[in-house]
Design a protein around this ligand. Structure first.
Ligand code: HSE
Length: 315
């Protein structure tokens, strides 16, 4: 097996759920993303977290508790290697923000360590190791890990690679994201969800997912966004955790957005626009809304990342 001394990889942010499609749809954003660098350790067989930047000192440095190192450990087990690896993580993603932060770290780490060992596994074969890392903090589901690893818009019906389907990405699909300055841990955002729904709600939700997939295949962005906004189960339950959700939706539409949904478990909100110019206007307006409310936040303009995680360098 070829082994290099170091490798670095990037994994993009993602939105688990695409408005509707709770836990079964996801998409990757071009940015932000996490960068992980791994180095072969010559002095031991442990996995060590050497540094983490951009997390405000919040993430665990203990390799048993960090999503990136747990994913690396799972990868090393898969290839039956017992080498020591040092990990340096650059967080481009805010934590507990609905942008798939834990998934991006796990995915970037696994893609980097695969490159370090000369790519013994295909991109698809990396999914189980990424999921092991993600499971540490967000549960064993692939609606963030799948799109972050593979890119694009994905339907995820299970946790093996055969359960992940790439869906078409509409032309001119642009996003304005606002990440308010509050953290909403996924576990809290899941705790408010109903455990049972009515038959009527089930029919409506199923119909919305079907409409969304049909609209993606027809490249009909307006219908895509109408379907995205049709969630009658998850968004109503989580709305109380998302400051200014209604105000942000109204404002985004006034500025030309086609619609707005919660990104993942929130609190990031994702407005969908049909041009980059409109997305910039909407992002500016959403930034102003949260600044004026003294909540503050970070607005971003982005698109669907069609590539997924990638190796940046190998030495
Ligand atoms: N589908 C997940 C949720 C995304 O909405 O809770 C966050 O991991």
């Amino acid at each position: 097996m070829t082994t290099f001394n170091s490798a670095e990889a990037y994994a993009p942010a993602s939105m688990g759920n695409v408005g509707v499609g709770f836990d079964i749809l996801g998409l990757a954003f071009c940015e932000p993303g996490d960068i992980v660098r791994v180095e072969r350790r010559l002095d031991g067989t442990d996995i060590v977290i050497e540094s983490i930047e951009g997390d405000g000192g919040v993430l665990p440095r203990d390799a048993a508790k960090n999503t990136a190192s747990v994913a690396v450990k799972a990868f090393l087990k898969m290839i039956d290697a017992s080498s020591g690896v040092c990990i340096s993580l650059k967080k481009g993603l805010p934590l507990s923000s609905g942008l798939g932060s834990s998934a991006a770290s796990a995915v970037a780490a696994v893609v980097a360590v695969n490159a370090l060992f000369g790519e013994p596994l295909s991109c698809e074969e990396l999914l189980p190791a990424c999921l092991e890392g993600e499971a540490l903090v967000s549960g064993y589901h692939a609606d963030n890990v799948g799109p972050s690893l593979l890119g694009g818009i994905t339907l995820i019906t299970g946790t093996s690679i055969q359960d992940i389907y790439r869906l078409p990405v509409p032309e001119n699909m642009h996003f304005a994201l606002i990440t308010p300055n509050i953290a909403v841990p996924t576990v809290e955002a899941r705790a408010v969800l109903p455990q049972m729904i009515s038959l009527k709600q089930m029919v409506s939700q199923t119909g919305a997912v079907a409409r969304l997939i049909d609209a993606l295949y027809r490249n009909d962005l307006q219908a895509v966004v109408q379907a995205m906004e049709s969630d009658e189960v998850v968004e109503p339950a989580r709305a109380m955790l998302m400051p200014l959700l209604n105000e942000a939706r109204t404002l985004a539409k006034q500025k030309g957005a086609l619609g707005l949904v919660i990104s993942g478990a929130g609190p990031t909100l994702c407005a969908v626009c049909d041009s980059s110019k409109t997305a910039v206007h909407v992002a500016d307006a959403l930034q102003g809304l949260y600044d004026e409310a003294k909540i503050g936040g970070v607005a971003r303009v982005t698109k669907v990342d069609q590539t997924g995680a990638r190796v940046l360098n190998v030495l």
